[in-house]
Design a protein around this ligand. Sequence first.
Ligand code: SF4
Length: 339
Amino acid sequence: MAEEPKPQRIREKLDVCELDRARMSLLNPALIEQKKNERTTDENAKPVLELMMKEGIETVWDRFEMQQPPCKHCEAGTSCSRCTMGPCRIIPPHRIRGVCGADADLIVARNLLDMIATGAAAHSDHGRDIVETLYLLGTGHTTDYAITDKEKLKRICTEFNIKTDGKNPEQLAAELGSAMLEEYGMMKNTLQFTNRAPKATRELWEKLGITPRGIDHEVVEAMHRVHMGVGADYVNILLHGLRTSLSDGWGGSMIGTEVSDILFGTPTITTSRVNLAVLKADHVNISVHGHNPMLSEVMVKSVGDPELKALARNYGARESILLVCAVRGMNCSCERVSR
Ligand code: SF4
């Protein structure tokens, strides 16, 4: 059998692939040691990173290294592939406009607005999932969730001008869910939670014309404005970026946070086990990535199911364990991590 070619050191061979590099790492303990310390200061993560390098398992750091050096036009935001006449790059002194006439300022502003709209859409749509759950719970279409903080439900209903007297929590959940879903499409032309902002701040928003009018409305308008041949004034584009951000912060994200508290309980200070040390060799370890509580909460419930526990034991596990890997934000489930 022909001898396998020896892996090359990073950067000695330009076309080295991830697998080659991983294999090279396997043959180079000093490099593994160096990379391990460069990649994290977390002592818990170091043994895991070391093992992954030894076993040739690619990580984000490997892919980042393979992407270097970055395209300098993309890095500066002065490249555009918004339409099929491009991609266009701004390279002074001669190439100072794209085919459509967009200059560097406009291209950078459009790229930034595109990123803002993407982030706002992701956050706010996450909030929509949570509000839909509140609404479905209130209208009797789901029994998998419960209203944990009834006082908060009443308080937010009052903020939304919903009368609470004589109504049970389910009725209130349905009415509040419906009112909050309206904030997305938008017939009112204002967002309820912006009333929480100081008066002077709201006046400034009005003066600049950046008071958000609706959540989906601002995201869709952002997408419209970045389209080739639509927005031509970079200041105007950037101002709409601010309006889109506000629609997320005072709209979708705030709704998501408040409704998470209503459904899962307002978080309190708690002691919890965190980090990779929660993993146990004799347990079933489930890792959930992301901070949307809709899935993680039902998983926390399901790991207590006697049938699933028996199944885990049948396969040799001592217990079942749930590891929720959550980014702090909308009522993450860190405090309910392990069983
Ligand atoms: S939108 Fe303009 S700058 Fe962008 S790719 Fe098309 S022609 Fe080029």
